[in-house]
Design a protein around this ligand. Structure first.
Ligand code: MN
Length: 212
């Protein structure tokens, strides 16, 4: 086993009412676990890549053997994306970003409310399954972007610091087709302290090869 499901830093019901306990449990123990398991299975066929961190894998997809590239892209993305998703939420979250990341958001988008509005619109614009991100390029320039499926900004050279899962499995049990309610609730649990840490350069993914 090369990659492991990270511990969830709160209980399944901790983000109620924004995220309901049943959705959390299925999303974490079935969906996220499934991506981790399938990534590990794919990597069994590619020993040179077994020691790479999830970030190193996602930035070097082009060098991964063709036979398993799609599996690594989808399941490596799913592994990474959900790791970031859990730890950028918190029962003590919400409010607005402070410090350097708060200033950077104000600088890039005009104000926090303007950023929230643009991010919310981008999340709504996703057709099919995908993610909405706040990411930064090598010059720490912030951008809102969306990706399809389980793609991650790392695959095209940006570093995500906040990610919103817009797959229906993230919200359908509680919100059905009401994406707006899901997004509105999510803002109330965003862990801005951690977003500030990723902005400052701390890594959000576990180091690789936590062998069992
Ligand atoms: Mn998901």
């Amino acid at each position: 086993m090369f990659h492991a499901l990270p511990d969830l830093p709160y209980s399944f019901d901790a983000l109620e009412p924004s995220i309901d306990a049943q959705t959390m449990e299925i999303h974490y123990s079935k969906h996220h676990q499934g991506y981790v398991d399938k990534l590990n299975k794919a990597l069994e066929q590619a020993p040179p890549f077994q020691k790479l961190s999830i970030e190193e894998l996602l930035v070097s997809l082009d060098s991964i053997p063709k036979e398993i590239r799609t599996a690594v892209r989808n399941n490596g993305g799913g592994t990474a994306n959900h790791t970031l998703y859990w730890i950028t939420m918190s029962p003590d979250g919400g409010g607005k970003p402070e410090g350097n990341v708060g200033a950077a958001i104000d600088g890039a988008f005009g104000s926090f409310p303007k950023f929230q509005q643009q991010f919310t619109e981008a999340a709504h614009s996703i057709f099919g399954s995908g993610w909405c991100w706040l990411s930064m390029d090598a010059n720490e320039k912030l951008a809102i972007e969306t990706t399809a499926n389980q793609d991650n900004p790392l695959m095209h050279g940006s570093k995500p610091i906040l990610g919103l899962d817009m797959w229906e499995h993230a919200f359908y049990l509680k919100h059905q087709n009401q994406k707006a309610d899901y997004i509105k609730g999510w803002w109330n649990v965003v862990n801005w302290d951690n977003v500030g840490k990723w902005f400052a350069g701390k890594t959000w993914y576990a180091e690789p090869a936590k062998r069992s």
